[in-house]
Design a protein around this ligand. Sequence first.
Ligand code: FES
Ligand SMILES: [Fe+2]
Length: 442
Amino acid sequence: MTETPSDDWVRDGGASVDRRIFSDRAIYELELERIFARAWQFVCHESQLPEAGSFFTSYLGEDPVIAVRDRTGAVRVLLNTCPHRGNTVCRAEQGRLASFLCSYHGWNFDLDGRLVGMPGEDRFYRDALDKSQWGLATAAQVESYRGFVFATLDPDAPPLETYLGWVGRLGLDMMASQGDLAVVDGVQKNRIRCNWKIAVDNLYDWYHVKVSHGTALKLGYLDEASMAPMDQMVILGEYGHGIGGPGVTETQFADFQARMSRGEEPSFWYDFQAGRRLEPERQRELGPVGNRSFGHPNIFPNLWVTLTRQVCLRIPRGPYETELWWFTLLPRHLTDEQRRTAIAAANHTFGPAGLLEQDDGENWSHSTRGAMGTVARRRPINLSMGQGQDVVLIDPSGQSRIETVVNEHGQRWTYRCWQEWMNADSWSGLMENHSMPPTGAI
Ligand code: FES
Ligand SMILES: [Fe+2]
């Protein structure tokens, strides 16, 4: 049975959240309907589909899909389930082929999903099966933004760029503006026993760093100024998108840029990141505020864009389990040495062998476990940090942001928007009844 949405799950503007949303199976089923069967979600990067027949298999919620480049060069997203008896049509994670041949009875589908033939079409089916009705189902809409391929299962979803809005686009621009990107072969996949929202919540969380990652700091993996900066910038976007994390002032940014232009070595991580934003073209793309943000974008619901040249897709696997897929995207112009360094940094930070993710995963699992106790979950969790203490500033460019210290604005916004997605019974309902990003005191 599917849960009826309750306005009570998220209270006090997101500062108090009912723990059942991390553990209740009926709520999870409703999320699959109202969020994952409706939202635009990242599927793969175009560099993974270089030629006709190239494919990459993924999921939209729990629906398995195949992204494939068809013979016309268009990217299609097909449901990876055979219309005959439901078998998975494509078992490989990625590759290239001429058609999809189902391993159960041998129905064969062209790259655009059309059923082109099956064993016994004349003798067993007596030519009575209308093949045009039995192709693979397709995603309702497929679009890409700067090489990032997204799909939605809902025909009523607005166009991708409208859905992303300026905040979602900025989040992807931070990655795309680094140059002509290509995914490094070998998407890293691991499962963590946690609810998917706890992983999303954490990407805005710069409060946990000194404690959860204390060992990494002690080891000198990164210095404290880089890993746990107090100065933060939060950018909130429509439909739940957001960017949260370190931000620098205009003066600091100008100072970084001046030192980098003189060829000085970066003194710490944000200095280094600012050095990557020297080109006027890149600065123009990110805008005066976006330039100064070194935070973590989340494209609602489940795509984290990191500054370590990776994106992480959080695919739900039931209320208590989440699959994390790490894509490393490097500009094609890097030297071999730069590639090696970047891949080593990616492997050592996040993913199954990542120093930081091992710390995080433990806490996420236990936070989820804590939401399973019959009595324990009666008490809501607390997300009140900084509430009512800050203000949304609007730049003449139109880019709005909160400049503050470590805070929980990003998390509150995520849960508030999540509640609105859960309340709406259609895309038109969501468009009519969703909050615009806040202005003024927050
Ligand atoms: S299930 Fe695919 S051919 Fe029968
Ligand atoms: Fe962490």
